[in-house]
Design a protein around this ligand. Sequence first.
Ligand SMILES: NC(=O)c1ccc[n+]([C@@H]2O[C@H](COP(=O)([O-])OP(=O)(O)OC[C@H]3O[C@@H](n4cnc5c(N)ncnc54)[C@H](OP(=O)(O)O)[C@@H]3O)[C@@H](O)[C@H]2O)c1
Length: 294
Amino acid sequence: MKIAVIGANGQLGHDVVRAFTDQGDEVCSLTHEDIELSSLESVAACLGATQAEVVVNTAAMHHVEHCEQQPVMAHEVNVVGARNLATATRDLGSVLIHVSTDYVFDGTKGEPYVESDEARPLNVYGRTKLEGEHFVRDINPKHYVLRTAALYGNYPCRAKGGQNFVDLMLRLARERGRVRVVESEFTSPTSTADLARQIAALSRSDKYGLYHATAEGSCSWHAFAGEIFRVADVPVTLEVASPNEFPAKVPRPAYSVLENRGLKSHNLNRFRPWQDGLHTYLSEKKLAVASQQA
Ligand SMILES: NC(=O)c1ccc[n+]([C@@H]2O[C@H](COP(=O)([O-])OP(=O)(O)OC[C@H]3O[C@@H](n4cnc5c(N)ncnc54)[C@H](OP(=O)(O)O)[C@@H]3O)[C@@H](O)[C@H]2O)c1
């Protein structure tokens, strides 16, 4: 199949390109230099030239504080951009796989969110992503909207411009020997490699719709850090930070665990427990370091 991947040089985009290439598909990698989501002209021309049967959009404005500071731009990219993609892919007859977020929820449910739960975003990022979802679902019937969470992978997240949570924990442990992490916020840490494989597999189905797409299981950020240190065998003192110790500048859901109910109901769920994804990530990292040193 012919696949276009938007945001191909991003954290998730890199792995999506790889997953489709491994599957034997012909992939057209599109970066921000090739396509501007907020311009219908750019989106239609760029996608028209690729003639892709499936378009995967990993691009977004997703730095939570930046979205709050620049709501007009967040709207242009996350809402108008999604509408442009939905319009252009519908006109081309292509399938659109659009990545969204757990931040569409307010985090008060106290148990995993399913696709039918009411979304009540707490911030500009969540609100604009939710509006974008609505346009995709309303305009292109051949859509998959995938809500995911807490991504980490081998390539840096461009929007956050630094290390992912796993690498940050390993660095802090090395530099300080003592790390403090909150125990009051819960998520499902999801490896971009696992999400990318799920996206590639889903592209072969015709079960269009809205799906939750995160690693199986959930944990607090403190438990996530504990597992990182255990698997990486790093000597460190891990302490519980008080909920107010790292005050968030923008409100975020404290509990945004997603249940992949839709994927499971169609027997399409390919996700492993979050611990397994972490294990693979850390093993590959260790091998990469060893080969650099050899
Ligand atoms: N990271 C997470 O923890 C997380 C959690 C839940 C959901 N998500 C969602 O997952 C997706 C992928 O995240 P990621 O971590 O892979 O992000 P990333 O590394 O920041 O990549 C985002 C990509 O989008 C491109 N982009 C930004 N604005 C654009 C525009 N107006 N037009 C065209 N391209 C544009 C960026 O290019 P430039 O950098 O060159 O501008 C970059 O290549 C996003 O939709 C995000 O909302 C992420």
